[in-house]
Ligand binder design. Structure first.
Ligand SMILES: [Zn+2]
Length: 379
């Protein structure tokens, strides 16, 4: 990777990341998702069409997201960013006899409110809390909804700190100085492919900057100490367990409902999408270990991923295969003497994965390759 781009990546990795005003300023997002070749996202993997636990008719469908029942007292919110940017990530909620738990702050207050309204269509029990599965903007920049509504906000103990470091740091910062290295990276790109990747990256980071500067951030007030996990949450007839696993952001928690074989996996699972590994605390080896654990769970487990359609174990198998394929190609390049910075642009999506979505090259494929090189002690 040329120097400017490395700098740019470090800038974003050191945190500068956020988003949320897209509601008022959806043009930012239009540009981003146009760049990402956004395609309509089904709510369900084809393999689950016959699964009796899943309601085939959504409780509510607003286009940008739909909510459906996936178990007793269990609901999944599945986003389709091709139709709007109110939620962007997936989430869901659990409703027992005594209480309810909401999952994700989403990318906007409107998204968090949408999910709360869906909960109220099926239950009037008190909301015990809302859980951010990790700190990333698309899961947390709608958090102020919870503050305004007196709902305790739960998250991994490092989530608040990472939100402040990542998105708070951008507020009032010098835009030209911030984007300069990334613009330089576009200009200095040595190949057409590299230029396209750097341009796409610049587009995303510009959006992040603009949005961070027009967002009122809200932080979790119920930190979850990972050393004290697993943590049981009894909602009355519905019991969930919160666990923490490494791989995607260093702040990831998942919510399991063992009695019903349902898992809300957050971004430790991208369903029918390449993994997003840009975070400074993302590790390829840690993430693959986590996926191995997920694969060891019951074969009938239903997974609600952070992005993409609800899936079963086949979704875990695909994400593992994508990591394997990137590793295989990266290894060949490494053996052929291709440096990490160049290899990062040279992965070829195989024909069999051509329908697998890529959020953005420099957030997913490129950092996966450079992190693999680092794990091998190579450059
Ligand atoms: Zn994430």
């Amino acid at each position: 990777m040329i120097e400017g781009s490395i700098q740019g990546r470090e800038v974003i990795n050191s945190g500068l990341f956020s988003r949320r005003r897209f509601l008022a300023k959806s043009s930012y997002f239009g540009a981003i998702y146009a760049a990402a070749k956004l395609v309509p996202m089904p709510a369900l993997a084809a393999e689950l069409a016959e699964d009796s636990r899943i309601s085939q008719t959504p409780l509510v469908d607003k286009g940008f997201a739909s909510v459906r029942k996936i178990g007793e007292g269990l609901y999944a919110t599945i986003s389709d960013p091709s139709k709007g940017f109110q939620t962007v990530c997936n989430g869901g909620f659990l409703a027992g006899k005594d209480g309810a738990l909401l999952i994700e702050g989403f990318i906007s207050v409107a998204g968090a409110a949408f999910q709360m309204d869906a909960l109220r269509m099926v239950s009037q029990v008190p909301v015990k809390g809302a859980l951010d599965t990790h700190y990333h903007y698309d899961h947390s920049t709608g958090n102020s909804f919870f503050g305004a509504n007196g709902i305790p906000l739960w998250a991994h103990a490092n989530t608040g700190k990472r939100i402040v470091e990542s998105y708070g740091a951008l507020q009032g910062a010098d835009k030209a100085a911030f984007l300069g290295p990334l613009e330089k990276a576009v200009k200095e790109a040595k190949t057409e492919t590299a230029r396209k990747h750097r341009e796409e990256y610049l587009g995303h980071v510009t959006t992040v900057f603009n949005v961070a500067n027009s967002t009122v951030l809200a932080l979790p007030n119920h930190p979850i100490d990972p050393a004290k996990l697993p943590m049981k949450v009894d909602l009355g007839g519905v019991t969930a367990v919160i666990e923490s696993y490494p791989g995607h952001s260093g702040t990831d928690v998942v919510l399991r409902v063992p009695e019903q074989n349902v898992v809300y996996a957050g971004d430790l699972l991208f369903s029918n999408m390449y993994p997003v590994t840009f975070d400074t605390q993302a590790t390829v080896s840690g993430w693959r270990q986590t996926l191995k654990t997920f694969a060891s769970w019951n074969k009938d487990t239903l997974f609600v991923p952070g992005h993409g359609p609800i899936c079963g174990q086949e979704g875990i198998a695909l994400l593992r295969a994508l990591f394997d394929d990137i590793e295989e190609q990266a290894q060949k390049m490494h053996k052929a003497g291709v440096p990490a910075a160049e290899a990062a642009d040279l992965y070829v999506v195989p024909e069999k994965y051509k329908n697998v979505a890529i959020f953005a090259w420099d957030f997913s494929i490129a950092p996966t390759i450079t992190k693999l090189y680092t794990e091998w002690g190579a450059k």
